[in-house]
Design a protein around this ligand. Structure first.
Ligand code: ZN
Length: 332
């Protein structure tokens, strides 16, 4: 571009379109060039910007795009999962899908966090002094943690809960959710955490949903799953008024999806066949400020339930059902 006109160009700021003087007055020509050149440049820049937005978005932010792609993949898997038929197929498709998913769009699960609490800890049996100490659960004081139960053949509830929780994490992360476990088996956490800390982890993560995974230990013949919902309590550090409603929604979704994927019936020994029980004596629920439920996946002391609980294939179905319930609750 050439600025060879020494005269001031008074109209240059007022005129951005070609005018007729461009053809008739040579002195105006230079002014017009001076005016038009930036205009054309601006137009070019605008065009490039728009093309970039609507097109392939060559440079910026590969990270958000891949997150959004994962979210989109989940969304497309969701109808099948919620409808029932083909839930496993759609879930496995979503597990391999995100990398190939093309459309960068925000889904309902984008940015949401799920906290999974594997009940008990395999190390608790060796740390009974530590887990027996009392902690404040708002309504009263209770043991820090418990050992959990086992099957008659010695398969520990804590092994079961950790295995299902990890499967659950894999499924949920495949749907693009952020997942936090309250503890991992092995070195980092030889026992516990205490029940008050388990609740606090969900609270501090500002979890959109929290699920504590368990299996029950009652006598032979008692079978089936049940979901435990928080009662309305207000005492000490416990105030569940805000989570009673959403926790019930979460629990109902988890129960129905769990029943569908595993084929298990609601517990035949409590809950009046609904698979839902409300309790006010669990610190993990009383101290939660986030929507939270427990699921007792079956009875480890019943031989038929135990045969299921010890099967990796069944545990995968259990994790899938819980995951579908969470995803449905979160609107995915
Ligand atoms: Zn338990």
């Amino acid at each position: 571009m050439r600025y060879d006109d020494s005269s001031p160009a008074p109209e240059s700021h007022d005129s951005i379109s070609p005018d007729q003087r461009w053809y008739t007055r040579r002195s105006t020509l230079a002014v017009a060039v001076a005016v038009l050149a930036p205009t054309v440049l601006a137009g070019w820049v605008l065009t490039q910007t728009l093309t970039g937005t609507e097109g392939q978005r060559p440079g910026p932010a590969p990270h958000p795009a891949s997150h959004a792609a994962a979210a989109d993949a989940k969304s497309s898997a969701s109808p099948g999962a919620q409808a029932g038929a083909g839930a496993s197929a759609s879930a496995s498709a979503s597990a391999s899908g995100p990398a190939a998913a093309p459309a960068p769009a925000k889904g309902p699960l984008t940015g949401k966090t799920v906290v999974i609490d594997p009940g008990h800890n395999t190390g608790n049996f060796q740390h009974t002094d530590e887990i027996d100490r009392q902690v404040d659960i708002g309504t009263n004081r209770k043991e820090c943690d418990t050992t959990g139960t086992t099957t008659n053949s010695g398969y520990m509830e804590a092994e079961f809960t950790m295995d299902v929780s990890r499967r659950l994490r894999t499924i949920l992360e495949g749907r693009g959710l952020k997942v936090v476990l309250t503890h991992e088996a092995g070195t980092a956490r030889p026992w516990g955490p205490c029940i008050d800390e388990r609740a606090r982890i969900g609270n501090e993560a500002r979890a959109d949903a929290v699920v504590s995974v368990h299996a029950d230990g009652v006598s032979q013949g008692n079978r089936g799953y049940h979901v435990i919902l928080p009662a309305k309590v207000k005492a000490g550090g416990a105030d569940t008024a805000a989570i009673v409603g959403p926790s019930r929604q979460l629990g109902e979704r988890i129960g129905s999806n769990f029943s569908r994927t595993t084929g298990s019936a609601p517990a035949n020994y409590l809950g009046s066949g609904t698979g839902l029980v409300v309790r006010d004596d669990l610190g993990g629920l009383n101290l939660s400020t986030r929507p939270k439920v427990f699921i007792e996946c079956g009875n480890m002391r019943d031989s038929k339930d135990a045969a299921q609980l010890t099967s990796p294939e069944w545990r995968q179905k259990a994790a899938q059902g819980i995951a579908d319930g969470i995803v449905g609750f979160l609107g995915g």
